[in-house]
Design a protein around this ligand. Structure first.
Ligand code: PEP
Ligand code: MN
Length: 250
């Protein structure tokens, strides 16, 4: 199994939970042609008392996955305070979460902490459907002169009116961003849009048919036992089947 397009594919569990879970998921995804592996270390939970991530301890597991399977590794940079830690660990990609992306002070602190560094920065859309706020976050990272790729992620928006989706996609917003900034790839995170595994392939198909530049997908070796976002994670085999069906891998 190997990638057959220049679309971006990043996949891995919502959270790093244990060394075994990280390595088993990475092995499964590598076998499906995935070359960039995501796992959250610090989790932005809506209410306290839930699993909040393993923190810095998980960095060793990610490094092991990179060494064992040759994958690039990605994690959420939740605060500028953790930037050095991730840079020293050689993380290839950091993403800015949807909650962080709403706060220009936090985004600016992160931009300052990454100034001039060789790292890819993926910027999720802010939770509120505010296209200028999303673009502004991208511009703050850009102005810090990052020597890596800047990518936008459409992960849907919080709305009071509940649809079938966990976070409603508003496709016109990423499409408008692509039109305004054709130099910034825009990928879709169908997992946080869908909120349930069965819907993920449908959202992913929509994104690819609209010409989006790739997928950022949650996958776990044992989704029902996941400590966060259990309902929306695909097994590596299911994720692999989805990528093949979308002709992103063969
Ligand atoms: C995640 O990717 O696991 C995550 C917490 O995403 P978001 O910031 O989009 O909610
Ligand atoms: Mn998640």
């Amino acid at each position: 199994m190997k990638p057959i397009t220049d679309k971006i594919i990043v996949s891995g569990p919502c959270s790093a939970e244990s060394r075994e879970q990280v390595l088993q998921t990475a092995e499964g995804l590598a076998a499906q042609g995935v070359t960039a592996f995501r796992a959250g270390l610090w989790k932005p939970r809506t209410r306290p008392g839930c699993f909040e991530g393993v923190g810095a301890e998980g960095l060793e597991w990610l490094a092991e996955a990179r060494n064992a399977y040759g994958m690039r590794i990605a994690t959420e940079l939740n605060t500028a305070r953790n930037a050095d830690l991730l840079l020293k660990a050689g993380v290839d990609i950091v993403w800015i979460g949807a909650r962080t992306a709403t706060n220009p002070f936090d985004v600016q602190d992160i931009a300052n902490a990454l100034r001039g560094c060789h790292i890819d920065v993926y910027v999720k859309n802010p939770v509120a459907p505010d296209p200028a706020l999303w673009l502004g976050a991208i511009e703050r990272i850009e102005r810090a002169g990052i020597k890596g790729r800047i990518v936008a992620i459409h992960r849907g928006f919080c709305t009071w009116e509940k649809d079938i989706f966990r976070n409603n996609p508003i496709w016109s917003i990423p499409m408008q961003l692509k039109a305004q900034r054709p130099d910034v790839p825009v990928v879709c995170d169908p997992s946080h849009i869908a909120g349930q595994a069965e819907l993920v392939p449908h959202v992913a198909r929509m994104a690819i048919s609209l010409g989006m530049d790739g997928l950022f997908v949650e996958s776990h070796c044992n989704p029902s036992a996941a400590l966060s976002d259990a309902a929306q994670q695909l097994t590596p085999d299911e994720a692999g089947r989805m990528f093949r069906n979308l002709k992103l891998t063969e």
